[in-house]
Design a protein around this ligand. Structure first.
Ligand code: GRG
Ligand code: ZN
Length: 313
């Protein structure tokens, strides 16, 4: 079996960052903030965050902030909860949360909580349990969870739970591993994991492992490297990670590397992208692959960064 080609992946991430007019960059223009989080978090897990000029990145991030306090995917675009968490996460990676007016960002987020405890993603109002996670994770990093009604937020997430133990995007929505990560993550951060039936959910999650060793996001679907994050982080948060075959999953992820030019794809032999490179490396970190920084399964940030936020105020 091949190894993780660390130097190639670092080179790949740096090249995507520089090639602002590349195909991938153009396609991802509106969510460049997410791309920045995926790329920079990957570099940090690989121990190479210093390969980039942090001042340039921070300056660009602050240009994406709106009057409302929320962040956009790029300069001149509209703010959304998705980009707001990514912006805060990247600042946390660089230990630069102090450049933020935390109350202003928290006001933007608390303004998106609805009467039933759910959250909208932006001013247009679409509701999804993903946005509950984004709000709770972001406010937790900013030490501002007191700005929302946490009890109502938790009850809304609990109402998205299904009889199979999983969670959907809204009450009654089909269980999906991505949504499960969001709900379990938000419940973990707020100390509310008693709402989860750990054995039932653990069973559903470990059944996501297919013959090749990879994980899928729902029954009957193809395996995909990004579920190494969505499924595995959830299993860890509910203490059931020993229910899957770790060695086979490591092999599946390593098989999705472009060993020549760097980067990781969703499945073996597909084209690589920054998103799957991040979730592949983050998955390997959760699997305790040697040489990688440990990652926190709830906040999706390296453990040393999370410790800095919560224990070194
Ligand atoms: C900070 C890590 C982090 C995340 C932020 C936005 C968000 C919170 C989480 C998204 C969770 C989610 C819904 C992930 C699923 C993404 C995905 C691969 C969707 C694909 O769905 P389908 O139906 O593909 O196209 P399948 O795999 O089911 O065939
Ligand atoms: Zn994927």
């Amino acid at each position: 079996m091949g190894e993780l080609v660390v130097d190639k992946h670092v080179k790949y991430i740096l090249s995507v960052e520089k090639r602002k007019d590349s195909f991938e960059s153009v396609v991802l223009e509106h969510l460049r903030m997410n791309g920045a989080y995926w790329g920079l978090a990957t570099l940090d897990l690989l121990g190479k965050l210093d390969a980039l000029d942090s001042n340039e990145v921070i300056e660009w991030i602050m240009k994406c902030q709106h009057e409302s306090g929320g962040f956009a995917g790029n300069i001149g675009h509209d703010p959304h909860m998705l980009y707001t968490l990514s912006a805060v996460q990247v600042l946390a990676l660089f230990d630069k949360l102090n450049v933020l007016d935390a109350d202003k960002v928290a006001n933007y987020i608390s303004g998106l909580q609805n009467e039933d405890g759910s959250f909208s993603g932006d001013e247009w109002g679409e509701v999804d349990s993903r946005f509950s996670y984004l709000a709770i994770c972001c406010l937790s990093i900013l030490h501002r969870l007191d700005k929302i009604n946490v009890e109502k937020a938790v009850n809304y997430i609990a109402s998205c739970k299904n009889v199979d133990g999983g969670f959907g995007c809204t009450p009654g929505g089909e269980s999906h591993a991505g949504q499960i990560f969001c709900c379990v993550g938000a419940l973990a951060i707020t100390g509310s994991l008693h709402h989860v039936d750990k054995d039932l959910l653990g069973w559903w999650l470990c059944e996501r492992q297919v013959k090749s060793g990879g994980l899928n996001g729902r029954p009957e679907k193809l395996p995909d490297v990004c579920y190494s994050w969505w499924v595995l982080s959830s299993l860890i948060m509910i203490d059931r990670v020993h229910w899957i075959n770790k060695d086979k999953l490591v092999k599946f992820i390593l098989n999705c590397q472009d060993t020549e030019n760097g980067g990781i794809s969703d499945r073996p032999d597909d084209a690589v992208d920054v998103y799957h490179t991040y979730f592949g490396v983050a998955g390997l970190s959760l699997l305790e692959y040697p040489g990688l920084k440990a990652i926190d399964p709830a906040h999706a940030l390296p453990v040393d960064v999370v410790n800095r936020i919560f224990f070194q105020k």
